[in-house]
Design a protein around this ligand. Structure first.
Ligand code: URA
Length: 241
């Protein structure tokens, strides 16, 4: 049987205090307290030595496997009215809906790109800086799919305009890369982009005279939102290197 999501084969031995702090359980200085409190076992036996190097798969914390010791990737369905920021004082934000331990990880978890406060849907969350860079880099053309509702009936002439690679983005000298627009109802559509510029979908429609009333992301790269409920998250396996 395979390992549960987020638990990967990690033969690389790690210092216990480092493992606990990297995975967001406690600071390195508090690791001693956790160990002396009997909360940490290696091969089922309590241990008190923070310097001990162990295979994370042999460790249990409060009886549970260490969460995603090699790094974490999670899918999150952002509800409306939440800001994608770690900035203190900017609330309500998405991190208040995620396990506190994820923000305490070192490096901390962050969203891969952002969704506007009123937008909803799929955010990929990770503590892997190289993945954030790869998935947000304009060179990689990662596909993102949005479902939108607009303020008035859509014109089929928008489809070739979106696909042309020449659609202007108000306030931006560069036109949009070719985008797929599928009109799914009078005032609803699916849009697939391979870039993620500031307020891009809203600006693409605004430039043509439509106002986006709702925006919901259903896909980012290889990840689909599926049946994830608003506010819910799911850890997925780290992609192969
Ligand atoms: N385009 C937008 O206009 N807003 C988002 O949040 C994402 C894409």
């Amino acid at each position: 049987m395979g390992l549960p999501y987020g638990v990967s084969v990690s033969p690389r031995p790690r210092r216990l205090d480092h493992l606990l702090s990297a995975c967001g359980y406690c600071s390195r200085s508090d690791a001693r307290l956790w160990l002396h409190g009997g909360r940490v076992t290696v091969d089922g036996k309590p241990t008190t030595d923070p310097d001990q190097r162990v295979d994370p798969n042999r460790v249990r914390i409060d009886g549970e496997p260490v969460e995603s010791p090699d790094g974490i990737v999670a899918l999150f369905n952002k509800p409306p009215g939440r800001v994608c920021t770690h900035e203190e004082g900017t609330t309500p934000n998405i991190y208040q809906l995620l396990p506190e331990r994820w923000t305490a990880r070192n490096p901390a978890i962050a969203s891969v790109g952002r969704l506007d406060k009123d937008a909803t849907g799929l955010l990929v969350m990770t503590d892997q800086g190289d993945l954030i860079h790869k998935w947000t880099s304009p060179r990689h053309h990662v596909p993102r799919v949005y479902e939108v509702t607009v303020d008035k009936p859509l014109d089929p002439a928008l489809v070739p305009q979106f696909a042309s690679g020449e659609l202007p983005l108000p306030g931006d000298p560069d036109p949009c890369r070719p985008a797929k627009l599928e009109i799914t109802g009078d005032c609803t559509a699916r849009v697939e982009l391979t870039e993620g510029r500031y307020h891009q979908v809203k600006r693409m429609f605004a430039g043509q005279g439509w106002q986006v009333l709702s925006l919901h992301r259903v896909r980012f790269g290889e990840f689909e939102i599926g049946d994830l409920a608003p506010g819910a998250w799911r850890i997925v396996p780290l992609p192969p290197e």
